[in-house]
Design a binder for this molecule. Structure first.
Ligand SMILES: Cc1cc2nc3c(=O)[nH]c(=O)nc-3n(C[C@H](O)[C@H](O)[C@H](O)COP(=O)(O)OP(=O)(O)OC[C@H]3O[C@@H](n4cnc5c(N)ncnc54)[C@H](O)[C@@H]3O)c2cc1C
Ligand code: SF4
Ligand code: SF4
Length: 355
């Protein structure tokens, strides 16, 4: 959306293809984390951009269409005044059907000389870390579950009841070679911290323990909260250790076991709720693009922008294919928007040099 708005302002016609009901991606489904003040989670940018896109006549939107293939279209356009030719692409999409099994609607092919891939990421599936019992224990939830409960009900009480002890476990599906994701997801320290503050705003009595190995994030204002006196005021404890497992007996609290880093001793405590802070994983669509267009991907499955668009000129292999946002690696909403705007500038330059 950020790129489309810039391109439309430059006078170009843009088509956005989106498989969901509406634009905005994951961010549009997040809850507002404001307490008595805005916590700068940036989720409302998605809604603002969507409203702007709706008023821009040069941007057409096709929702509930899923791109299934992007292919180089054989014919090239020879220019009379110069020797360059522009690569054309065929973007094949199919309607996302309301009812499973209904496959009557036909496939649509859109031909274009520029494709911007902004297909995002998949959240890490918390089930993969079986030692925490996600999916088996009702009181072990993912951060996305928490977002959804807040968004739907505006509170956590109606779903989880009284909360007095809550734990967050950081880096779930990130910084973890066992799951094939050795990188930092960059967003989960920030969002967990905002969730913890929102939780304490809603339930001043709640005590929160954040199990972590490192603190990262572009919006580092939360780091200023990490001095012991302020943390004590807020009843938030940071524990530099990652629990080895969780278990819950029917109708009882969740027990976490961990090792105290400083002493090496074993520790154990009970919690009303354990939140797994899931990270950002490359989408399956990246692997499809890697096969269909031979777009380079890194070890984590993210597209490599420097390898696939920045240096290309008209006539080069795959010239005209650009990418932005989390399909290229973990990033927060603000960084994604900035990337979108910046890539729009590169697209305008590319089109200028090609015509
Ligand atoms: C639990 C969690 C909490 C987070 N909280 C925050 C936060 O508080 N603040 C923050 O800044 N960041 C947060 N993030 C990160 C944030 O979600 C991303 O920065 C942002 O969503 C990236 O936007 P994107 O457009 O790159 O990708 P996405 O949000 O994934 O959007 C991609 C879009 O492409 C569509 N799409 C994909 N494939 C196709 C296809 N084949 N055909 C058609 N459409 C397709 C998808 O439906 C989607 O709408 C959080 C991440 C997680 C996992
Ligand atoms: S930035 Fe986040 S916390 Fe602030 S108003 Fe927007 S959605 Fe709410
Ligand atoms: S942002 Fe924080 S929680 Fe997420 S992977 Fe990086 S260090 Fe771990």
């Amino acid at each position: 959306m950020a790129a489309a708005l810039e391109l439309a302002k430059a006078g170009l016609e843009v088509l956005i293809i989106e498989k969901n009901e509406s634009l905005g991606g994951q961010a549009a489904a997040f809850a507002c984390m404001a307490t008595n003040q805005c916590q700068k989670c940036d989720a409302c940018f998605a809604v603002q951009l969507r409203a702007e896109v709706a008023t821009q006549p040069k941007i057409k939107v096709m929702t509930r269409y899923e791109v299934i293939e992007v292919a180089v279209n054989a014919p090239t356009v020879e220019k009379s005044d110069q020797k360059s030719s522009s690569t054309q692409y065929a973007v094949k999409m199919q309607p996302v059907m309301g009812k499973p099994g209904n496959s009557r609607a036909s496939i649509v092919i859109f031909r274009t000389e520029v494709v911007l891939i902004a297909s995002g990421y998949q959240p890490f599936s918390a089930e993969v870390r079986g030692e925490y019992g996600y999916g088996r224990y009702l009181r072990v939830v993912s951060s996305l579950d928490l977002e959804q409960v807040w968004r739907k009900h505006g509170n956590l009480k109606s779903t989880y009841g009284h909360l007095s002890q809550v734990a967050f476990i950081q880096c779930i599906g990130s910084r973890d070679r066992r799951t094939g994701n050795p990188y930092c997801s960059k967003v989960c320290c920030g969002y967990s911290w905002r969730m913890a503050r929102r939780m304490q705003w809603d339930y001043p009595e709640v005590e929160i323990n954040i199990f972590y190995m490192d603190f990262q994030g572009r919006r580092c204002d939360f780091l200023t909260d990490l001095n012991p006196r302020r943390l004590n005021d807020k009843k938030i404890s940071l524990i530099r250790s990652i629990p080895s497992r969780a278990y819950q007996l029917p109708g009882q609290k969740v027990v976490l076991d961990w090792e105290v880093t400083e002493s090496g001793q074993k520790a154990q405590a009970e919690f009303d709720l354990v939140v797994l802070s899931v990270g950002i994983v490359a989408s399956d669509f990246n692997y499809k693009l890697n096969q269909q267009l031979n777009l380079p991907i890194d070890k984590g499955g993210f597209l490599l922008p420097e390898g696939n668009c920045r240096e290309r000129r008209p006539g080069d292999l795959l010239a005209g294919v650009f990418c932005a946002g989390t399909c290229c690696g973990a990033a927060d909403i603000w960084t994604t928007i900035i990337q979108g705007k910046s890539i729009a500038g590169q697209i305008v330059d590319y089109i200028d040099s090609n015509h």
